[in-house]
Design a protein around this ligand. Structure first.
Ligand code: ADP
Length: 257
């Protein structure tokens, strides 16, 4: 091919440089994979003892009737922090597994609609916060139904967490050209333009204290972005501070069953 032809004719120094570059890139890719594996292993190893610690704390709180208020407060804080850390480790595991390409994308197409409705039910079982406007025809895509449900759950949880209780969250689903399109809209605090790219980075939070108070791990949108990329999908955000946010998911449509 052309590159090979050019390399064949190039002076020795250029060929050596190209080979060295190739080798460096290979080493970088290897060390990248090793780092991700290490992160997955560490998360997994830490989760087991921490779950044990949390179990002991919970059972002490339940059984021990002689604790002083200070002791009880201390144990409750410890249990809550253990719980939060376990959630972070769980999310880190999901993120590293997805980034290493461990997602099970089945050969059969899946319909986005029931997956979206299951996510709505999971997040708003009473059905009093989320308004769904979902087109009747199936929306067939290629992907992993569990991963897709996680994507929708995380977007819906954020919409509920970052908007005041009385305001509606609207979820729409339909098609645009060759794409299935799902939108999650809220009338919440919004996200400044300058931060609308960074929120998809792990642990990035617009307002650290207020976001921590919502109980999230700071990994939700990083997971959403990674899972969608693995399914050849995309996510975009449109947001105006103090007005609200719309997250738009696009996935390529495929032939139905
Ligand atoms: P977290 O666990 O903090 O919610 P995410 O990765 O899901 O982590 O989101 C990253 C940050 O993006 C949040 O901390 C918040 O600042 C901002 N964010 C996400 N969704 C919304 C939303 N619907 N409205 C306003 N801000 C949002």
């Amino acid at each position: 091919d052309v590159t090979q032809l050019q390399l064949d004719q190039a002076p020795t120094e250029v060929t050596e440089l190209a080979l060295a570059l190739d080798h460096t890139l290979e080493c970088l890719a290897q060390s990248w994979t090793q780092q991700r594996r290490l992160l997955g292993d560490v998360s997994h190893e830490l989760r087991t003892p921490l779950t044990l610690v949390q179990g002991y704390l919970q059972s002490t709180l339940r059984r021990c009737q002689t604790l002083t208020t200070d002791q009880r407060d201390g144990l409750e804080t410890a249990a809550a922090e253990a719980d939060r850390t376990i959630q972070i480790l769980n999310d880190l595991l999901v993120l590293t597994r997805a980034r290493m390409g461990h997602l099970q994308i089945g050969a059969a197409p899946i319909d986005v609609k029931p997956v979206l409705l299951a996510a709505v039910m999971q997040v708003d079982p009473a059905g009093d916060r989320i308004e769904a406007d979902i087109q009747a025809a199936p929306l067939w895509v290629r992907g992993d139904a569990n991963a897709l449900q996680q994507v929708f759950v995380k977007l819906l949880e954020n919409a509920l967490n970052y908007s005041p209780p009385g305001t509606p969250v609207i979820v729409r689903a339909g098609r645009q050209a060759d794409q299935a399109v799902v939108q999650v809209c809220d009338q919440g605090r919004g996200i400044p333009l300058a931060e609308q790219t960074a929120i998809f980075q792990p642990f990035y939070r617009v307002d650290v204290d207020r976001s921590r108070a919502t109980g999230g791990t700071g990994l939700g949108l990083a997971i959403v972005h990674t899972l969608l990329t693995q399914m050849h999908g995309r996510i975009q955000v449109q947001s105006v501070p103090a007005v609200g946010s719309t997250f738009t998911v696009q996935l390529p449509l495929t032939q139905g069953e």
